[in-house]
Ligand binder design. Structure first.
Ligand code: ZN
Length: 257
């Protein structure tokens, strides 16, 4: 039953993505489209398998030692390749609508407490639908969706990028409170960032912009953090790195500002 529901949702989503290209397709053609989607996934996976020999998987086949717990939005336009050349074994990913702590709290805790990642980073993004919904009247959404939107505490009618920034700040603030012990003992740094694929912030399309360090938006503190040679951020740390994930250097946490 669940599988059937998923198929209906996927088919409906795919039909929606083709809106304008054709009129509402018949059930038969929806099934064909769905089959094509799955075939494409398997084809891409096959290419992945063929282009990665067993040596590639060795460093992380029996365990993981990621350098960062990353909380991003589920949005399909936001993916690890934008901030990490080889995220395998390196990024512990938590995804939900609106890149929130509360709706993925157990997963975030696992990354910080069990995997001991020295960095927890919340990544908002331009044109976020969750932010748009949270700043609008969402009373007609389903109970499940409402339960996730209610944790995005931003004013109604706020401009989207302003809402994205505010939400990232709120998520970092919640995490700083939750993990205060780890931060004060310099085992963890919490960072807020925005992946800007529209260049809304004017720093380049696709840029990852750091907006918050341990609850501070002070630009000088952020600059200081970025200039620390022994505390590379996820994107900066990967430049030219071809070392296997298990051998990569883990950054030292930043002192509480
Ligand atoms: Zn989003």
């Amino acid at each position: 039953m669940k599988t059937k529901s998923l198929i209906v949702v996927l088919a409906a989503t795919f039909s929606w993505s083709l809106a304008g290209a054709s009129s509402t397709p018949a059930v038969g053609s929806e099934n064909e489209q769905l089959k094509t989607i799955v075939q494409n996934l398997l084809k891409d996976n096959d290419e992945f398998v063929k282009s990665h020999d067993p040596e590639y998987f060795k460093p992380f086949a029996d365990g993981q030692k990621p350098r960062a717990t990353v909380v991003t939005c589920s949005d399909s336009r936001v993916h690890t390749h934008a901030l990490d050349k080889a995220p395998d074994g390196d990024l512990f990913m938590v995804r939900n609508i609106g890149n929130q702590l509360r709706t993925g709290e157990g997963s975030v805790e696992y990354g910080v407490h069990h995997l001991h990642t020295p960095l927890l980073i919340f990544v908002g993004h331009s044109a976020c639908g969750a932010i748009k919904a949270a700043s609008s009247d969402y009373r007609r959404e389903s109970p499940s969706i409402k339960r996730e939107l209610v944790n995005i505490r931003i004013p109604k009618g706020v401009e989207n990028m302003a809402g994205v920034k505010l939400n990232v700040n709120n998520q970092v603030a919640t995490a700083v409170k939750k993990f205060s012990h780890e931060i004060h003992s310099q085992k963890l740094t919490v960072v807020g960032a925005i992946y800007d694929f529209r260049n809304d912030l004017g720093q380049g399309q696709g840029r990852l912009v750091i907006t918050n360090i341990n609850g501070s938006n002070d630009s000088d503190k952020i600059k200081t953090f970025l200039s620390m040679s022994d505390a590379p951020l996820v994107s900066a740390a990967r430049t030219g790195s071809s070392a296997p994930p298990a051998e990569r250097m883990r950054p030292h946490p930043y002192a509480y500002p």
